[in-house]
Design a protein around this ligand. Structure first.
Ligand code: NAD
Length: 495
């Protein structure tokens, strides 16, 4: 991404992106970046790089909105999200199109993302049922109870790969639980966030409860340092997750930072060939491999060539631009192709090569075709780093323990899966994989609501998960209350 040099604001397909503060879209200062459509490389909008002062205005709006919002009963707060869910569904065509334009996903993937946002919102609507407090008479006449309170002003910093869904990992739960939020979307895909804010306003969310502040590193640093932001959730690469987690917690804030991934699929020789090959291919190529749950290493245990042959055949039939979208940027395309070349140079065998992919009519797009590389060694960079593109490497293993040793050695720990027809093998991998989300015969083992999303190791810093039940603790403070209403003395140890 370069700083803005190109079309005048009126020539852009989408008007320049603005911050959303206190229920209004507001113009920002001079510093902007171009926003590109990755499918053709065209500039479609521009995004402001907000300063600490601009962030401060959003935090002030949130602070004004916070007391009445926190005092609104949760059953009333979630009414906004019932309406918001309906609006997401009613506007799915437009929302999916925005995702496709700014992120490059093909239409079916963009729609799936918006549907997932609706499911996340549905979970938030059930929070009153789930978060009812606890109460017990702990001693005669003495009662203990736990009530949950919002943390206060929270920030959500999100990545480029799910412009609609990842903001909706945090917005419905955090806000339904009584917090006010500053959303800082990825500067690569800032357009969807504005529509999300508009739909929430239409659903009846009071002004100032959600604010959107755009920008990059400087804006994130200002969020980490702001004295009136109480908690920060982050989703993005491990490199930045570490920076944000350290900076937020050194400022004594509550923080949860989800990082990158290197997900291993262990394919056993007894795996069902048809289902396994199509699942593995879908996992590595869906969203052009730009999912933190995408499989990128296949541990091929024993005789699995019949499965690899099927995968090769499916991948060769995939049509870039139709079945698989572009990657996010020219830099990403170059990085991914560099990894492929390096692996080939180190002796790996490229079975399907996605380099030099162009799509007719979209020659400026950042396409990398699906790529399958066999005979990769665990010590190669392509086997260790997060490549974040439609690339699957195959590492051969003699048995399941050897496969697990490679999986366990990765510093990441988001997801792992095993493909087998043997229940004992499946259970063994479920127990021994070093990952927060494990699948059996499932290529993308994303837990569906109400189960929570969150990895292990360097894929997540902080305690708790970012969605589902696991997020409730993060977005609330519990108050423990002990009361005694009997007037006699000496009936129990608290008298
Ligand atoms: P990224 O880390 O580059 O950016 C994420 C956010 O951090 C953006 O909002 C960006 O503006 C900000 N940022 C970038 N550099 C920064 C810096 N130096 N200091 C402070 N803030 C900075 O991630 P990305 O490229 O947008 O997204 C892809 C990554 O996100 C992949 O690594 C992917 O695995 C990961 N991801 C993880 C999950 C998960 O649940 N674990 C989910 C989605 C994406």
């Amino acid at each position: 991404m370069s700083t803005v040099t190109t079309p005048s604001a009126s020539a852009l397909k989408y008007p320049p992106v603005q911050n959303y503060v206190g229920g209004k879209f507001v113009a920002s200062g001079d510093a902007h970046l171009d926003v590109f459509n990755p499918a053709d490389g065209q500039v479609i909008s521009r995004v402001p790089l907000s300063t600490a002062a601009e962030l401060d205005r959003a935090v002030e709006a949130a602070r004004k909105a916070a007391p009445p919002w926190a005092a609104t009963p949760i059953k009333e707060r979630v009414q906004v999200f019932f309406r918001y869910k309906t609006l997401l569904e009613q506007n799915i065509d437009e929302l999916a199109k925005l995702v496709t334009e700014e992120n490059g996903k093909i239409d079916s993937e963009a729609r799936a993302e918006v549907l997932k946002s609706a499911e996340l919102t549905e979970f938030a609507c059930s929070l009153p049922q789930i978060t009812a407090g606890e109460v017990l008479e702990v001693s005669r006449g003495v009662e203990c109870r736990i009530e949950r309170y919002p943390v206060g002003i929270v920030a959500s910093i999100t990545p480029f790969n799910f412009p609609n869904m990842v903001p909706n990992w945090t917005i419905p739960n955090a806000i339904a639980l009584g917090n006010c939020m500053i959303l800082k979307p990825s500067e690569l895909v800032p357009i969807s966030a504005g529509r999300i804010a508009e739909l929430l306003r239409e659903a009846g969310l009071p002004d100032g409860v959600l604010n959107v502040v755009h920008g990059g590193q400087t804006t994130v640093e200002a969020i980490c340092d702001h004295p009136h932001i109480d908690a920060i959730s982050f989703v993005g690469s491990t490199r930045v997750a570490k920076i944000v987690y350290r900076r937020a917690t050194s400022n004594l804030k509550r923080a949860l930072a989800l990082g990158g991934a290197k997900n291993h699929l262990i394919v056993m020789p007894d795996a069902e060939p048809e289902m396994t090959s199509s699942n593995v291919v879908a996992s590595m190529s869906g969203c052009a491999g730009q999912r933190c749950m995408a499989a990128s290493v296949m541990m091929a245990v024993g005789k699995t060539d019949h499965i690899i042959d099927r995968m090769t055949a499916i991948l060769r039939k995939m049509v870039p631009g139709k079945d698989i979208g572009p990657v996010i940027s020219r830099e990403a395309k170059e990085r991914i192709e560099g990894y492929i070349a390096e692996a080939e140079g180190a002796g790996a065998k490229v079975l399907v090569d996605g380099r030099k992919t162009t799509v007719p009519g979209k020659e400026g797009g950042y396409f990398v075709g699906p790529t399958l590389i066999d005979h990769v060694r665990p010590d190669m960079r392509i086997a260790q780093d997060e490549v974040f593109g439609p690339v699957m490497v195959i590492i051969r293993a003699g048995d399941v323990d050897e496969a697990l040793r490679v999986e366990n050695a990765s510093p990441y720990g988001n997801a792992a899966s095993v493909f087998t027809e043997n229940g004992g093998t499946a259970r063994y991998v479920m127990e021994h994989a070093s990952a927060g989300m494990v699948g059996v015969n499932v290529g993308v083992p994303v837990p569906r609501e109400p189960f929570s999303f969150g990895g292990w190791n360097e894929s997540r810093f902080g305690v708790g998960d970012i969605t589902g039940r696991g997020s409730i603790e993060f977005w609330t403070k519990s108050k423990k209350m002990t009361t005694k209403w009997n007037r006699e003395a000496g009936v129990n140890w608290m008298s």
